[in-house]
Design a protein around this ligand. Structure first.
Ligand code: ADP
Ligand code: MG
Length: 350
């Protein structure tokens, strides 16, 4: 299957400042891709280069193999849901949703029929004659979505579309977006800085930092085996332990750390500074088969989180975050021994 979207050697420079480094990125037909990164990392710029709202300083944008780099947004098979929804306040909902079709010279009766169908799809059946000001934030979000979907885009670009919604509504809309994406078969490119949102909706997460792709892959892979220190720390909480490569031992590597030497999978150059990452829920209070002892420490602080307790444990100079079952009954000041399965320790070379 050929790629639906392909960024080839694309970069973006604003006023002498490089905000997207030269990169390649492709997306499949029907794929739900999430661009995840902190504010200012270049997510919107990437999205806008696909949608035609920003011109690459170098490189090409292809959609279904066709070079669209020089095409304006309306000539591309894309639609965008902007961060602020950008609905037209003076238009009825039906006309808002039908707007893209009007731009494409679709006859009035056809576009209004399509608008009604799209409003139904997003749970706003019969709302066509209402005004934008009569809507809640969540309803506005749905109208923006209906408007973008009305033109049956091959690629739907969503720039932090759920940012303004409260948590319960955000969760609901996340599920609805996934359903809508599966039903439409369009490629969705969704921008967010929320790693939980990214994990819950993405087929593939692209972790962006300072205009570069730090990591890219299915959510579980990026979470469990992050490719870089940045990816490990941005995709949820991670314990990061500094180390130095001692030697390579076949497919494994021996690393000297504050808790002693450890042998894990990977390779590297003796003497190189590296990090080992470990998720809080992977730290254990009892050893399992092939686990590594991280030493004895003290519970320094803890907070009850309902499903678990989040604890800071001090081992020498190390401060490790542990997600302990409530039943472990930990309390501040308690001495604990900490372990991790060797296979859970992730070697980070960059
Ligand atoms: P994100 O969406 O990840 O928050 P953006 O893509 O909006 O990041 O911005 C990336 C960088 O590019 C930021 O430093 C931002 O200030 C800069 N930038 C974005 N748009 C423009 C513009 N039109 N002119 C100048 N600088 C811009
Ligand atoms: Mg942005």
């Amino acid at each position: 299957m050929s790629d639906r979207v392909e960024l080839r050697q694309v970069s973006k420079v604003y006023e002498g400042v490089t905000v997207v480094e030269t990169l390649d990125l492709s997306m499949k037909a029907g794929e739900f891709v999430v661009l995840l990164g902190p504010s200012g990392s270049g997510k919107t710029t990437l999205l806008n280069m696909i949608g035609g709202f920003a011109e690459p300083s170098a490189g090409q944008v292809l959609i279904d193999g066709m070079d669209v780099t020089d095409l304006p947004p309306a000539k591309r098979p894309t639609a965008t849901v902007f961060q602020d929804y950008a609905l037209f306040p003076h238009m009825s909902l039906a006309n808002n949703v039908a707007f893209g079709l009007r731009m494409r010279q679709v006859p009035k009766a056809d576009r209004l029929a399509k608008a009604a169908e799209m409003l139904k799809l997003v749970g706003l059946e019969g709302f066509g004659s209402r005004g934008v000001h009569q809507l809640s934030g969540g309803q506005r979000q749905r109208v923006a979505l209906a408007r973008a979907m009305a033109v049956e885009p091959k690629v739907l670009l969503l720039d932090e579309p759920l940012g303004a919604l409260d948590l319960a509504l955000r969760r609901q809309m996340q599920e609805e977006l996934v359903r809508l994406q599966r039903r439409s078969g369009a490629t969705f490119v969704h921008v967010t800085h929320d790693q939980e949102e990214a994990m819950s909706i993405a087929d593939r997460i692209v972790v962006v930092n300072k205009g570069r792709i730090e990591d890219m892959g299915p959510p579980d892979r990026v979470y469990l085996r992050p490719a870089s220190l940045f990816a490990a720390q941005f995709m949820g909480e991670s314990n990061v332990i500094a180390g130095r490569v001692v030697e390579c031992v076949g497919p494994d590597i021996k690393i000297e750390t504050a808790f002693g030497a450890v042998v894990i999978a990977g390779d590297g150059t003796p003497g190189a500074a590296v990090h080992i990452a470990l998720r809080p829920e992977q730290l254990m209070l009892t050893p399992v088969a092939d686990s590594v002892g991280l030493g004895h420490g003290t519970v320094a602080e803890m907070s009850f989180q309902g499903t678990h307790c989040r604890c800071h444990c001090r081992i020498g100079n190390l401060d490790l975050i542990l997600r302990a079952p409530v039943s472990a009954g930990l309390t501040p000041g308690r001495d604990v021994a900490l372990y991790a399965a060797r296979s859970d320790l992730v070697l980070l070379q960059r």
